[in-house]
Structure formats: structure tokens, C-alpha cells
Design a protein around this ligand. Structure first.
Ligand SMILES: *Cc1c(COP(=O)(O)O)cnc(C)c1O
Length: 420
């Protein structure tokens, strides 16, 4: 039961907002600017999850094959929608596992230190899970992370990494690099990286390129197949609204679809589907991304992802990105009116704007916004993240941000410390 949306641009905008449940404070809906962290619940999520619970109660084990949407290959319902958002073909994508787990599996396959080529190049201050996963992968091969992880940093006094420095660093370390692993959009600064050019640079020195697309899927325009990206993984609970801790995604480029030389940590759900239930010895992988699957997946989690992907399926990609830009310009325009605010996020970005507040007033502002039912999030030491997403944020909500900022900065004038 898909809710069909009418597709004139303005009405699409209004209808989409009504497809999501906004939390309430003081019985009024909040203005939710946290879609980068945990997307809102689609109204159909409850329906699809209930369907699974009902089938389980009525069919038990027979639900695998006889549920109204059978569990056995439920993940296949999700693949086309994910492939579209990833700019991939359906063989290259699957829904499985968790983001960090998937990246580990992909590193097992693509990070094979040999001879001179032993290092991983990544962004400095990557999301902690990515730092730990690379560090532990390096150790797993008996190598020292201090010598085998190359980090590209912002320049002295700058907060974001310059694109030319990434390319430069890849060229400089050339044949020492086994894998370049970058995020698509940096979680803290909101910077969107030039993924196609980073992929080219990695390939030009003979390294594999992998991306963590946690903040990129459903946010920026991805063309993983065309860009020749080797592998990628993402979680679906941020811009893709699949619910806390829900099933993640994995991409492997079609050129690797049938490679038997790549090491893998295997499981039965990655085994050739035609003969999986013969339960024979000797791992025979499925073609493409599904060959990395380990386990039969949590169907309730897939059900909530399905409710969100069905909405994305009805939204033209151009509309999604145009709308995101308009909302983002509006939010930037509002924030720029306050000289106390510094927007850290560079122009190359997705939906997120990260701001730091001068004179240490960040926490106070964050709390003030919260009091005005405006939910962003706070990241130590001094960053407020706000994301206006096309699926459910409105321009009216951005006007509310402006109102809240005015009341904060007028009621509490900031002393000009430069005079001291
Ligand atoms: C959100 C996020 C994660 C979270 O990883 P999980 O395995 O889903 O807990 C990892 N990496 C990045 C870059 C993220 O933004």
C-alpha cells in the first residue's frame, strides 16, 4: 500500500512533510533540523513493521516464504531504491548489516597490504568509528597504525580540508597507498568531498577507493557506478529515515562482481541463492554486492526502511537536490545575518550547516533553540549542526530559526571582546 504523491513541485513538498511524524514539545510539533543524525519516522513505518509482526504471529516460520511480503528475499524490495540513490545498478547494491560492520567486511576484501603498498589514506578527524575500524584493520595485518594511516588535515587555522590537499596527498604517497577511504560528507563540518575526483586520483596511483556515505546517501547526488568507486557503505537511519540502528547498505562496483580472488569473510546469506539451501560445503558467492551478505536480516528493520524508500522512489532526483539547495540557501541566508555566527561548512555541501558561535556562546544558543522547539545537535567542542532536508523541512521552519536567533542575540547582547 504505497501512498501515491502528486508530483507538481509545490504540492510534492507539502505532501511529503505530511508523510513523516514530527516529535512534539508542549503539544506542538518541533522544528526538526536533525535529519543528518536520525531521520524522522515515516507514517508508513508502523504499518509495515506491524505487517511483519502480524505475519510472525500468524505464520511463524512459514512467514519466510508465505508472508504477504515474504521475509526470505525482503531485502530485494529495497535494492532498487538504494541503487537509485547511490547511482548504481541493482547488482552493485544490497541492504545488510551495519555501517561499521559493512566497512570492515569491505576492508577485508579491498585492503590487502602487499610490498610497498601498505597504507590507508583517510581524512583526519574522521567519524570515530571509521578511525577505529581503519586502525584495527591495519593492526589485523600486523602493521602499526602510526606508520600505515595517512591522514589529510585542514591547514593550520582552517577547519575544513582543501580539495587540492587531498589530491596532492594521494599523489605524494602514490604507491604506498593500498586504499583511500573517505567520507562522502564530513559528519562534523558538513563538507561534501569531490568524490569523483578523489576516486580518479586514487585509481591513478593504483589504489582502491572506498567511501563512507553515512551523511551522503539521500543527501547529495551520487554516481558510484559512473565514478568507478570500488566500494562503499552507509547507514540508512540518517537522511534515509529507516529508524535507529536500522539495516545499513553496501556497494561493490560491478567490475568486482565476480572476483573470486578477493578475500571475504563469508556467511550463508552471501552464498549462491539457487543452491543456498543444499547447505553444501565450500563457499560459492552470489554475484555482486549480495555476495558480501552474511546473515538473514532483521525484517522489521527492513520494513521501516521500505516505508522511507517508497517515498524517495516517488521523488524525482532533480527535485530532491534542487529543494535541498533552496532550503540550504535560505538557512544560510538566515544564519549570515548574525555576525556572532560562523558557518564552518564550505560551499560544497549537502543539507547540513555547521556553525560555531563566537565568544563561547554555543551551548547557550543551542539550549535557547531547544527551548524554542528547534532541534539541531551539539558536537563538542563548539559546533551546532542544523540540517534542513527536502523530505520534511519547510521554509516556515527556517523563519522560526531566524526568530529564535533574534530573540537570543537581542536579549543577550554579546560584549565586543575585541576592544579589550
Ligand atoms: C553515523 C556514522 C557512522 C555510524 O556507524 P554505525 O555502524 O551505523 O553505528 C559511521 N561513520 C560515519 C561517517 C557516520 O556518520
Amino acid at each position: 500500500m504505497v501512498h501515491h504523491l502528486s508530483t507538481t513541485p509545490q504540492s510534492l513538498f507539502e505532501q511529503l512533510e505530511r508523510q513523516f511524524l514530527k516529535p512534539k514539545m508542549d503539544r506542538k510539533p518541533v522544528h526538526y533540523f536533525c535529519g543528518n543524525s536520525l531521520g524522522l519516522q515515516p507514517i508508513m513505518a508502523r504499518h509495515y513493521v506491524s505487517e511483519v509482526l502480524n505475519d510472525w504471529s500468524e505464520l511463524a516460520v512459514d512467514g519466510h516464504f508465505y508472508a504477504s511480503n515474504r521475509w526470505y528475499d525482503y531485502h530485494k524490495k529495497l535494492i532498487p531504491g538504494l541503487a537509485r540513490l547511490a547511482g548504481a545498478n541493482v547488482k552493485e547494491v544490497t541492504a545488510m548489516g551495519t555501517l561499521t560492520g559493512n566497512l570492515h567486511l569491505l576492508m577485508v576484501s579491498f585492503y590487502q597490504p602487499k610490498g610497498k603498498r601498505t597504507k590507508v589514506l583517510m581524512e583526519a578527524s574522521a567519524f570515530p568509528s571509521d578511525q577505529y575500524l581503519v586502525e584495527s584493520q591495519v593492526r589485523f595485518h600486523g602493521l602499526n597504525p602510526n606508520d600505515h594511516i595517512i591522514e589529510v588535515k585542514p591547514r593550520e587555522g582552517e577547519r575544513t580540508i582543501r580539495h587540492e590537499d587531498i589530491i596532492e596527498s594521494i599523489k605524494k604517497h602514490g604507491e604506498e597507498i593500498a586504499v583511500v577511504l573517505f567520507s562522502g560528507v564530513q559528519y562534523l563540518t558538513g563538507q561534501a568531498f569531490e568524490l569523483d575526483q578523489i576516486a580518479n586520483a586514487a585509481h591513478s596511483v593504483g589504489a582502491y577507493i572506498g567511501f563512507d556515505l553515512a551523511h551522503a546517501m539521500g543527501n547529495i547526488n551520487l554516481k558510484l557506478n559512473q565514478w568507478n568507486v570500488d566500494f562503499a557503505a552507509w547507514c540508512n537511519y540518517k537522511y534515509l529515515n529507516a529508524g535507529p540502528g536500522s539495516i545499513a547498505g553496501l556497494f561493490v562496483h560491478e567490475k568486482h562482481a565476480n572476483r573470486s580472488d578477493l578475500p571475504r569473510f563469508a556467511g550463508w546469506w552471501g552464498y549462491d541463492e539457487e543452491t543456498r539451501f543444499l547447505m553444501e560445503k565450500g563457499f560459492k558467492p552470489m554475484e555482486g554486492a549480495q555476495g558480501w551478505q552474511l546473515s538473514n536480516e532483521n525484517v522489521m528493520s527492513m520494513a521501516s526502511l521500505r516505508s522511507s524508500l517508497e517515498l524517495f522512489d516517488q521523488v524525482p532526483m532533480d527535485w530532491l537536490f534542487d529543494q535541498r539547495k533552496e532550503l540550504n540557501f535560505h538557512l544560510e541566508d538566515v544564519l549570515s545575518k548574525f555576525k556572532e555566527l560562523e558557518i564552518i561548512t564550505p560551499k560544497k555541501r549537502g543539507a547540513q550547516l555547521s556553525i560555531s558561535v563566537k565568544n563561547g556562546k554555543g551551548k547557550a544558543l543551542f539550549q535557547h533553540l531547544h527551548g524554542q522547539r528547534i532541534l539541531g545537535d551539539w558536537r563538542e567542542p563548539d559546533v551546532i549542526r542544523l540540517s534542513a532536508v527536502p523530505m520534511y523541512n519547510t521554509h516556515n521552519e527556517i523563519d522560526e530559526v531566524e526568530r529564535a536567533l533574534r530573540s537570543f542575540f537581542q536579549t543577550k547582547p554579546v560584549p565586543n571582546l575585541n576592544l579589550a
